[in-house]
Design a protein around this ligand. Structure first.
Ligand code: PLP
Length: 372
């Protein structure tokens, strides 16, 4: 059953129909000549506010910057501890450390891949200042439970919503759940730019003002720098591209959800393959469709899918963050996250992926697993 190569993500299918609109939008930026802080940036920030129902959106260079700047704008810094998940992209922890704070990991729930709310309170110390839940793979955390803990202990809540923009928790958009939220528009994210881009969302005017200042060299008024900041702004060209794509985000997520439902059915009868668990409060955005297989089989499965079937898959993430070389020795084991890191495999998914492609992937997985 020879087929063409199946990538883990095909961005071109979604972009092609928008190409003319995107080209026109980029042309307008070139005509305008305001490549930094152009009108496209304000317009896109406004569009995101409307979409997410949030009051302030501040464009930045990247999601990573939004984490650092968001934490600093909330007043998190040296001497503070921030609780987060060890099962995430390193940028979550890196952002906390670059804000000057210490990372405290709380192990995950293996079913949802998200930080296990039942373990949070045990990790709180007098130095805990904030909790940064990560909505992993596009599935929102159990927000009400986390929020109740945060309120009880007077902690700040900042969402790492890099993978989950467009997802919902009980009808409310992710990114509008806590004191602030970091979004990433990295090209492979559900709403992707044509380069690095990110955004901070908040309903707190003071936090918004400080964040904007931090991203502009710590100045409100040009050349009157007040605090040590960064050069982190959203480019006008990226904002123009994103503004064209945003109105199509919900449709794209709908496509991903349908694709996920199809995988769910296709993989039902495949032994030793655990399909992702979707919580009932959730409008999952399926940034990834991630299965679990026994760790003794995972690398073999990935290799054979690639070699025999030309199917590309990804391991997000092969090393639990607490075990990364940078932290070697400084953290207690996170048994669940470490175990899951050996079992996960993210399958090809994009909004327009065809049923036949998914059936081919499913058949290939079944054949490989039966031979292992
Ligand atoms: C992508 C990602 C980031 C970082 O976003 P960038 O825009 O690449 O800097 C942070 N956290 C998570 C969970 C991510 O997936």
């Amino acid at each position: 059953m020879a087929q063409k190569n199946i990538p883990v993500l095909d961005l071109s299918v979604g972009i092609n129909p928008l190409k003319n609109d995107i080209s026109r939008a980029i042309d307008a930026v070139i005509q305008e000549g305001s490549f930094i802080n152009g009108p496209q940036v304000k317009a896109f920030e406004g569009a995101v506010c409307q979409y997410a129902g949030v009051q302030h959106a501040i464009g930045m260079n990247s999601g990573t910057d939004a984490i650092v700047i968001g934490l600093r704008a909330l007043g998190v810094g040296p001497g503070d501890e921030v609780i987060t998940s060890p099962f995430t992209f390193f940028a979550t922890a890196e952002g906390i450390n670059n804000a000057g704070a210490e990372v405290v990991f709380v192990d995950i729930d293996p079913a949802t891949f998200n930080m296990d709310p039942a373990r949070i309170e045990a990790a709180i110390t007098p130095r805990t200042k904030a909790i940064m839940p990560v909505h992993m793979f596009g599935q929102s955390c159990d927000w009400d439970v986390i929020q109740a803990i945060a309120q009880k202990h007077k902690l700040l809540l900042i969402e790492d919503a890099a993978q989950a923009f467009g997802a919902q928790y009980q009808g409310k958009k992710v990114g509008n759940l806590g004191h602030a939220a970091a979004l990433s528009f990295f090209p492979s994210k559900n709403l992707g730019a044509f380069g690095d881009a990110g955004m901070l969302l908040t309903n707190d005017a003071k936090v918004a003002e400080t964040a904007r200042m931090l991203g502009t060299h710590g100045s409100k008024k040009k050349y009157y720098n007040e605090i040590l900041g960064y050069n982190s702004r959203l480019d006008s060209i990226q904002a123009a591209v994103l503004a064209v794509k945003l109105p199509h985000l919900d449709r794209a997520i709908q496509g991903r959800r349908q694709a996920a439902q199809r995988y769910h059915e296709i993989l039902e009868s495949v032994a030793r393959v655990e399909r992702p668990y979707v919580q009932n409060w959730n409008e999952h955005s399926f940034h990834q469709y991630t299965i679990k297989v026994p760790s003794t089989h995972r690398d073999q499965l990935k290799a054979q899918l690639e070699e025999k079937y030309k199917i590309q898959t990804m391991v997000y993430y092969p090393v639990s963050v607490n075990k990364l070389p940078i932290y070697q020795g400084s953290y207690q084991p996170m048994p669940v996250a470490e175990k899951v890191s050996g079992e996960v495999l993210s399958l090809p998914i994009w909004p327009e992926i065809e049923r036949a492609t998914q059936e081919y992937v499913g058949k290939a997985i079944k054949e490989v697993m039966e031979g292992l």
